[in-house]
Design a protein around this ligand. Structure first.
Ligand SMILES: [Zn+2]
Length: 320
């Protein structure tokens, strides 16, 4: 961006007039790179309280993008309750919202009363002030591994209840007193949805799933070990049809992922503390996001949307 900014400074001295005109033209055609483009993207998107009233579209990639025409997951459904309502992150692409709803209802046949749902995305997606690198384009959802109680939680409880870790203290193994076949069956059910691209779980959970799977193992390919993810699992769906500018991740490597890859995750190697201080990355600016995210951020809401209002379904504009 530095380069662009200096290029947009007026030319001095006896530079060629034509160059000046061309530069001015280029700066006009790419407005705001030195102004609005320099804004920290998490500040812009973290302050949006309602969705962008546009055709539903995931724009960009999972950790660098935004979301137009988001739908809200209702905070209470027949088989789920959304948690941490104060964060206002129960928004997603309508396909993600539908998937979470279907998974929650289907979970009942796996012995679950219902699901506690963690973060999806902000009303317009984008980087968050805290918590996740991904979840930016409305295609990621965190599902708690704590079963939903048989009553409606109060808003206060949804802020304060802690999720349950599935791990035994101090080792990279699930705790057999907490982890159950119903947990494994739920993750398998999620992985079998064709629109699900990946599921992230702690390596100890992946190990438990490898042991659980028996001969039906294709779904394991989508379940990828990652740090964290022992209180919840993370569902990522593929770019929905019609999301021009949405970038899928490369498919996971072939195989069930229960061999050498998992062995590495269960070794000490990925858990070693870094040598010396880790320099934090500079925050993403608006110019780091796809150009269209500026429009998604700027478009006016049609009417004020109260935080966590029940699902105002997006009002689609005609397809171009
Ligand atoms: Zn997540």
């Amino acid at each position: 961006m530095t380069q662009f900014r200096s290029a947009c400074r007026p030319s001095t001295g006896l530079r060629l007039r034509v160059a000046t005109v061309l530069t001015a033209l280029a700066c006009l055609l790419a407005p705001g790179l030195s102004g609005a483009g320099a804004q920290v993207a998490k500040d812009v998107f973290g302050s949006k309280t309602g969705p962008a009233p546009l055709q539903s579209r995931a724009i960009g990639s999972y950790a660098r993008g935004c979301l137009a025409g988001a739908a809200a997951l209702p905070v209470d459904g027949p088989a789920w309750q959304a948690m941490r309502l104060s964060r206002n992150r129960n928004w997603g692409h309508p396909e993600l919202v539908r998937l979470v709803e279907q998974l929650a209802v289907g979970a009942r046949s796996e012995g679950w009363n219902g699901l506690l749902v963690g973060d999806l995305a902000q009303p317009r997606g984008g980087p968050m002030l805290d918590g996740h690198a991904s979840h930016q384009i409305g295609l990621d959802a965190d599902i708690w591994l704590t079963p939903m109680p048989n009553r409606t939680l109060t808003a206060q409880e949804r802020e304060s209840i802690s999720a349950t870790s599935m791990l035994k203290d101090g080792v990279r193994e699930v705790d057999p007193n907490i982890w159950t076949p119903a947990h494994a069956a739920l993750i398998r059910r999620a992985a079998k949805f064709p629109q699900v691209a990946r599921i992230f779980v702690h390596p100890a959970i992946k190990k438990a799933l490898c042991d659980f799977a028996g001969n039906d193992r294709d779904w394991l390919r989508k379940v990828r070990p990652w740090w964290g993810h022992h209180y919840h699992f993370h569902i990522r769906i593929s770019c929905p049809a019609g999301s021009t500018g949405c970038v899928n991740q490369a498919p996971p490597p072939a195989g069930d992922g229960c061999g050498s890859d998992l062995a590495w995750w269960l070794s000490d190697e990925p858990w070693k503390p870094a040598d010396g201080p880790v320099k934090p990355k500079p925050p993403m600016t608006m110019a780091d996001l796809p150009q269209e995210c500026r429009m998604v951020a700027d478009v006016q809401a049609q009417a004020p949307v109260p935080t966590n209002a029940p699902a105002p379904r997006p009002n689609p504009l005609p397809r171009r």
